[in-house]
Ligand binder design. Sequence first.
Ligand SMILES: NC(=O)c1ccc[n+]([C@@H]2O[C@H](COP(=O)([O-])OP(=O)(O)OC[C@H]3O[C@@H](n4cnc5c(N)ncnc54)[C@H](O)[C@@H]3O)[C@@H](O)[C@H]2O)c1
Length: 405
Amino acid sequence: MSSATEPLRALLLESIHSDAVASLEKNGYAVELLDRALDEDELIARVAGVHILGIRSKTTITDAVLAAATDLLAVGAFCIGTNQIDLSAAAQRGVAVFNAPFSNTRSVVELVVAELIALTRRLMEKNSSMHAGVWDKSAEGAHEVRGRRLGIVGYGNIGSQLSVLAESLGMSVFFYDTADKLALGNARRCASMEELLAVSDVVTLHVDGRPGNSGLFGEAEFARMRPGSLFLNLSRGFVVDHGALRKHIESGHLAGAAIDVFPQEPKGRGDEFVSELRGLPNVIITPHIGGSTEEAQQDIGQFVAGKLQDFVATGNTALSVNVPAVSLPAPAAGHRLTHLHRNTPGVLATINGILADHDVNIEGQLLGTRGEIGYVITDIGTQYTTDVLEQLRALPNTVRLRLLS
Ligand SMILES: NC(=O)c1ccc[n+]([C@@H]2O[C@H](COP(=O)([O-])OP(=O)(O)OC[C@H]3O[C@@H](n4cnc5c(N)ncnc54)[C@H](O)[C@@H]3O)[C@@H](O)[C@H]2O)c1
């Protein structure tokens, strides 16, 4: 850890938003910003002495990188996904990982709204005709969204925000979620997906990526949709059978669709996009851009920078993706001990035994566990000795002990 004269160091890769840099610098961090990803060897050469590492999707954090990062406290994934990080290895080494799970949800919702109006007005076909020099002025097949019934499958962060915006457009909202969810506004909960499909003029999927959702929407579900209805998927590619969707568009059973996510997506910009959905009328296909806006990038920068700094300053781990979520209000006085350990019975009792043996009063305490890892935050009075810290650090299950404040 740095001394009073040495600032904490942050290494931010892949052109992380300037708001994150500004926030860290404002709070005294020495920030090094690179516009590219680093490979494993480059990272290993640069991470010693770094306290906070910020990455996006193109940097891979392996156990070897973590082993070399001897001062690392936290990794910020300035994106949504965290597959590029060995989360378990990070937890085993006492490094908390944070991402930005909500920052781009509004962007997705706005794209859904844009697409559902565009599809309902058949804008894509009119636009293509105009570019081909055809003036096709007609109202046939074009509708208002007002008064139409929107069926939302998955009423989480995105589905529930969409519910509010869709109602403000005058739509009637129905939703189906496997979890108990509070219905916002006048939205009506459906007891099953079948019930939702039977009433909806537009069906939009916003389920999460759990393995059980693979193939969630296929031939049987498309067949149950109302004739002339619309289908949108901006959630995960593997939840929809695109062959079945194509069939129902070509037969005219569905009036249109908007798809942003695909079972196989090209790896890089400019690579060929292969899909059964190419070339269909009134089908909007977009390259997984639902959450891709400058506003979302800015929000991600602010959000993740905030989580990292809060963790370093207070030990709070709310929304961490790899260590137990534990948050205690900052103590008015005294000190805070954070103890990350291998989750075995009796660790809390042992910690408290050591504190009691040294007459250290506990003023607040919270324990959380997550799989093999346990994390306890303990606020203590001002009296403690280095002996207490040494004993806690020497416990066989201790992964990392930090003394804050
Ligand atoms: N297109 C993009 O660029 C983009 C951007 C951000 C998020 N996403 C994706 O959008 C989806 C939704 O994101 P979110 O933040 O709202 O997630 P969330 O976890 O907040 O909500 C998902 C909801 O779906 C429900 N659910 C899961 N399986 C279900 C099922 N089989 N039937 C009914 N309900 C089910 C869950 O209970 C939960 O309420 C995720 O898959 C996410 O990866 C896509």
